[in-house]
Design a protein around this ligand. Structure first.
Ligand code: ADP
Ligand code: X2W
Length: 258
């Protein structure tokens, strides 16, 4: 089976032009097939504040009203996605930008209102891989932003970590899929302020211990949930760390165990 790498980059890399440029050069040189997924939550929050649209996050998820949906569509599907695609083209990596609406690739449903109304936030229902497979076979690299659709004309904001895990799961029967979450730290840390405290292997039991001892918080909680969801659904390898983990086998990072 051919290996497919699904690589997710977060807001801290996107916000740093040098770091992003360096990463994209390395990414372009990775052997295809590969898919890039990007977030951009930080830039969306910055722009929302400039436009005097209130930013509301609960448990790492953005409350997405109509004004926020308009902003994230411009920021994620527009500015960030198209800049990344252009930079990859400059490195002779033939990239193509996607929301889940493009090619009907990722279908989601608006999150039901229980205690919290997340607004136009979508939970993934289905990943359609057929079109993407054609692209991958012709050496074209899909670049996904954090937007999906409901097949009724509604765009929905969907966490980029979830998009990455659902894509990796969607391809798991056709490729040996590897999922890499790249962020600004060396991996999941025992002490969030100590970069040398990388936990190199995490299984469900270790994860529960980390929660019980308050070692993980914020965005790391949903990120690890996405990791275990992927590893349970036949994704071959799931890793969390700095972008360097893709290019340098010597450095430490976190690997998720079944
Ligand atoms: N134990 C931990 N190890 C590493 N990061 C942690 C830990 N606990 C909480 N975090 C936080 O989780 C954040 C990563 O989640 P998130 O901001 O959603 O990532 P991304 O940049 O990929 O969107 C880190 O910036 C860090 O502050
Ligand atoms: C529903 C929801 O919370 N969506 C995220 C999508 C962007 C994202 O995930 O960006 P990072 O990976 O950079 O955090 C948001 O709007 O912040």
């Amino acid at each position: 089976m051919t290996t497919l790498k699904v690589i997710k980059i977060g807001g801290n890399i996107i916000d740093d032009a040098n770091a992003l440029g360096q990463f994209l050069n390395g990414f372009a040189s990775l052997k295809a097939p590969k898919i890039l997924v990007h977030g951009g939550g930080k830039l969306a929050s910055k722009l929302a504040e400039q436009m005097r649209v209130a930013v509301n996050m609960i448990g790492g998820r953005r409350i997405t009203d109509q004004a926020t949906l308009d902003i994230i569509t411009m920021v994620y599907a527009g500015k960030i996605n198209k800049n990344i695609v252009a930079k990859l083209q400059a490195q002779h990596c033939n990239a193509m930008g996607f929301t889940g609406a493009d090619g009907n690739t990722i279908v989601s449903e608006k999150r039901a209102v229980n205690t919290i109304d997340y607004g136009f936030a979508g939970d993934v229902k289905k990943v359609n891989t057929a079109l993407l497979e054609v692209l991958l076979k012709t050496n074209t690299t899909p670049v996904f932003c954090a937007i999906t659709h409901d097949e009724n004309g509604q765009l929905l904001n969907t966490n980029a970590d979830t998009i990455a895990s659902e894509l990796a799961i969607g391809f798991a029967s056709k490729y040996k899929t590897e999922l890499y979450y790249c962020f600004e730290k060396n991996g999941v840390l025992l002490d969030v302020n100590n970069e040398d405290s990388v936990i190199e292997n995490i299984d469900v039991k270790t994860y529960q211990n980390l929660i019980d001892t308050d070692c993980i918080s914020e965005g790391m909680l949903p990120k690890l949930n996405n990791c275990f969801h992927a590893i349970k659904h036949k994704v071959n390898k799931v890793c969390i760390g700095k972008t360097d983990m893709l290019f340098n086998t010597q450095i430490k990072y976190t690997t998720i165990q079944k």
